[in-house]
Design a protein around this ligand. Sequence first.
Ligand code: HEC
Ligand code: HEC
Ligand code: HEC
Ligand code: HEC
Ligand code: HEC
Length: 534
Amino acid sequence: MIGLFVGSALALAAVTGLLLNISERKSEERQYPLILNKLSDDQVDPAVWGVSFPAQYGRYRLMAEPGTATNYGGGHPYSKLMRNPALRRLWGGYPFSLDFNEDRSHYFAAIDQFETKRNDKDWINAHGLPGFKGQPGACMNCHSGWAPSLIRELGWETFNHTPYNDLKGMLIKQHGAGMAGHALGSTCADCHHPSDMSLRVTRPAYINAMVARGYKGDPKAGLLATHEEMRSHVCQQCHVEYYFKGEQKVLTFPWSQWPKNEPLRIEMIEAYYDREAARPDGFKADWTHGETGAPMLKMQHPETELYSSSVHARTGVSCADCHMPYRREGAVKVTDHFIASPLLNINASCQTCHHIAEEKLRARVDLIQQRTATQLKEAEGAILALMDDIVAASKELDKERVKGTSIPDDVYKAKVDKVLAAARQAHRRASMRWDFISSENSTGFHSPQEAARVLGAATQLARVGQLSLVNDLATVGIHIRPTAGYGLVPAAGNPIEPRHAPVGDPPGQALLDLDLKVEAMITPLGVAGETTAK
Ligand code: HEC
Ligand code: HEC
Ligand code: HEC
Ligand code: HEC
Ligand code: HEC
């Protein structure tokens, strides 16, 4: 597989030209026009900041327009659960299994957090998860332009553990309801200092995690970093895997095992969580799987982590290079503040460095993404098969219990836990790897070879889990045959009603057709006529 990716890498005739281009960009001093009005952290309405910067503000405002879907990304917030119903089972027992959509622009960051059913306690309770207690304020860290001001007011820990809806109420009271008030998403002040518009990092969780890795903080910019590094840091404060630590629900990135200046490997995140789980009061799991009882870890938007292992990252290309390319406004070159999928603007996003025809560049991305999608499906199939086997094993163990009804509850549970322990551990480990690539939003593009490696490991861990389950069951006299191919996939389900369209729309037919094409590429595993397709 890796060989395939290397083989498909671009024939980059002018690599030296590319590198020159990058260093030119590095030395290019940005032109910051005069700030006409006084800006401050107490007034972060982008309209106020935009007075002096109409070119940047105009493009920012365009993010409010309805977005377009790409094959695997784009700005149409359709239901990902309807596109890939396997997710409903893979995340079984967790709110994500009930509502999860494609992301859209920064303009909607707060609105979509109000809109998601994952943030609606009563709805989640009524849809199969009666124990769900609602979300903490920590959710707001990356979704509200007012988060830094609330953190200053309440203190870091209180901000995180205050119930989400209480913070929302505070915002309405202080700044009113509306786009400059409680519904303000990511805004200028997130990335720029009000005194001189220089780039800065504003989110404490990122600074804490980077300092734990050996980086130095900075009173003005948040982190001590070069200008080029800042062009990624500003994005990395939100586009990362996270969890809420302890009773205080403090937003934390599992990064302390990630050495400075090295690409991340998922094994470093796993080692972090393993250490936590081994501490008596440490973090054990995001949730317990509804079908298998495994202690699960949910990975969320690890763009920063996956990107760190890419060729692009290693040659110094920043997030902003592709997602905020330069554009010409009259005589001046400005940074595009319409932050979106680069596939909607390959010309500006890629062709400044790659002097290759647009269709060819698009074909490269398609190839990487479709291969990743195939491997994702293979990993999903293997994890579902492991889940089917654990469910079958539990049923067999239940039968044993009915036979010997005198077994007390705790004795029975201890026996089940022991027999299923290795399989559940395999479920956790395979799932976090699959999720790492599945929930990363570039469908492999940010680091194709690493994505292939991680998905290969996910599939292997799931299959090994099936085998160890067969062996462990044999020790108590139960014999099952492991599921050879793809585990069971649930029905696609229906859109959630009522809903504010386009959130949760059914996915377009073109996307479903593409998925069929991708599924047809899955390696058949069946033996002796057994079918493996789902
Ligand atoms: C070399 C170019 C490049 C760089 C550098 C890059 N990306 Fe991307 N990014 C892409 C492409 C291509 C996609 C796939 C878009 C799609 O599928 O529509 C993507 C997708 C994404 C998406 C999902 C977009 C969507 O439409 O849903 C996010 C979020 C993202 N990148 C964030 C980042 C962050 C954060 C960084 C830096 C850590 C980064 N990217 C660096 C090219 C790049
Ligand atoms: C560390 C930053 C961070 C935190 C904390 C965070 N988010 Fe997000 N959220 C993001 C980013 C980045 C995206 C866009 C990428 C994606 O969708 O994967 C996103 C996307 C979303 C979306 C749109 C897509 C979807 O999932 O349906 C919703 C809704 C959402 N988050 C809800 C929440 C909720 C609820 C919480 C608290 C449990 C939360 N977020 C906490 C960064 C964060
Ligand atoms: C997600 C981070 C982010 C947000 C939000 C953001 N910017 Fe920027 N902005 C950047 C980056 C990155 C650059 C490029 C800076 C550089 O390389 O020096 C930039 C550059 C600029 C510049 C310098 C001139 C130029 O075009 O390169 C101005 C002025 C500016 N932004 C204004 C704004 C305004 C006004 C808003 C809100 C409407 C805003 N920015 C929101 C990241 C952001
Ligand atoms: C304050 C947190 C925050 C920062 C800083 C941030 N993002 Fe995001 N980003 C989000 C959230 C949250 C979403 C999802 C919003 C939604 O779906 O409603 C998102 C969505 C996106 C998307 C998807 C857009 C689409 O049309 O689908 C891209 C691409 C993206 N971000 C790239 C970047 C880049 C590049 C940077 C840095 C220049 C950056 N982000 C900085 C929180 C952030
Ligand atoms: C700032 C310059 C820059 C930008 C912008 C850029 N690239 Fe690259 N790209 C590079 C460099 C440098 C390399 C590595 C060349 C080498 O060493 O072989 C590279 C390598 C690649 C590779 C082969 C390695 C891999 O990861 O598979 C692909 C494919 C690629 N780029 C596609 C794109 C696409 C698509 C975009 C736009 C979304 C893009 N690039 C934007 C500079 C850039």
